[in-house]
Design a binder for this molecule. Sequence first.
Ligand SMILES: [Mg+2]
Length: 381
Amino acid sequence: MKSQIKVTSIESFILSDKLEESFYFSQWEYAERRICIVKVTSSTGHVGWGEGYGPAGIVRAGIEHLTPYVIDQNPLETETIWSTLYRRTLDFARRGVLVSAISAIDVALWDLKGKILEQPVHLLLGGKKRDTIVPYATGMYFNNSNLCETLAKEAKHYADSGFKAMKMKVGLDIAQDIEHVKLVREAIGPKIKLMIDANHAYNLREAIQLAKAVEPYDISWFEEPISPEYYEQYAALRSKTTIPIAGGECEYLSFGFQTLLQSKSVDIVQPDICAAGGLTEAKRIAVLASVYGVEIVPHTWGTGIAIAAATHFIANLDIMPGRLKTPNCYIELDRTENGLRDELTTSDMPVKNGEIRVSDAPGLGFELHEEVLQKYELKAV
Ligand SMILES: [Mg+2]
C-alpha cells in the first residue's frame, strides 16, 4: 500500500558565480561557474537538494519537463520514480543533458528520503563500508601568467595542505605538458599521487607520445586522453603504456558504461553522479564496473551537493578484490575558485589529515544556506 508521503513541489535555481580570475583547460576558458540545483519538498515538510552537471539552462528545462511525473509520487520510492523518468526521456535523449536533469531530481530524492527517514544516504544505499575517504585535489588549470611557476607553486600548496593526491591538467601541447608534469612532480616529491587529465585533447598517436614521456614521473592515471567517442583507441592506448587510463565523465547511464567496459577502454571509470543518472543509476554502474573488475572513482564538479552525493556513494562502494588491508577510496575535490561550492552548503565533512570523514547526518548530511542561494541566483537566463 502506498504511503501518504508525497512530493509536493520541485523548484529549480540557476546559480552563477563570476570568477575573479578566469582559468582555462584544453577545451575552453572558465570565467564563470554556473549550475542548476533543484529543491524537492515533501508533504511532510522535508526538503531534499540535488544538482545537475551540464549546461544549467538546459538542465533546468529538463527538470521542468520531468516535474509532472514526480509531483504526488512517494519520495521514498526513488527507484520507481527513476524508472518513470527514464521511460519518459528514452525516446528523445538516451544520453546527455536530460539524463543530468533526471540525476538532479534523483539526488534530491535521496537527500529527501534520508531526511524523512532520519538516516544518512550511505546507510540507505546499503551501508557505510569506510569511515573516511581520501580527497584528491583537482586544480592546476591554466592561466596566462608564468604557467610553469604557478603550476609548481599550486601543486606545492596542495601538498603542504595535506592532500595525498592531486590531478593536473594537460592537453595544451605535448612538449609543454611534459615540462609541466616534470615541474609538478619535482615540486611535490615522490610520495604524493599525481594524475593528469587531457579532457580529450589528443589523438591516439599524441596520447601515446605523452603517456610514454611522462611514465617516469609515476602518474597514477591518465584521464580522458582521447575523445570519448573512440572506445577502441582507448583500448589501444592502454596496451601501449603502463599508466592506468581513466574516463567516463562524458558517459551516461549503465548502458553507456557497459560500452566503455566492454571495449576494455579504461582501468578506472569516472561516472558523474549528477549527470550519469543520479545515485540510483550510479549504484548500478558500480555493480557493472565490479563485474568487469574495473575501479571506480566518480567525477565531481559542482557545489557541496555534488560532493556530498559522491561522498555517500563512495562510502558505500564495494572494493574488488577485497582484502584485509584494502586501499582507501578517492573522491575528486575541485580546488578552483568557486563561491557556489564554498558557500552554499554547510558540511560536517572537512578535510583533515588528508582525509574526509563521512557524515552520519540524515540525508546527504548538509544544510543549504538559502540566503547564499539568493545571492547567486540568476533571475533571468
Ligand atoms: Mg576530467
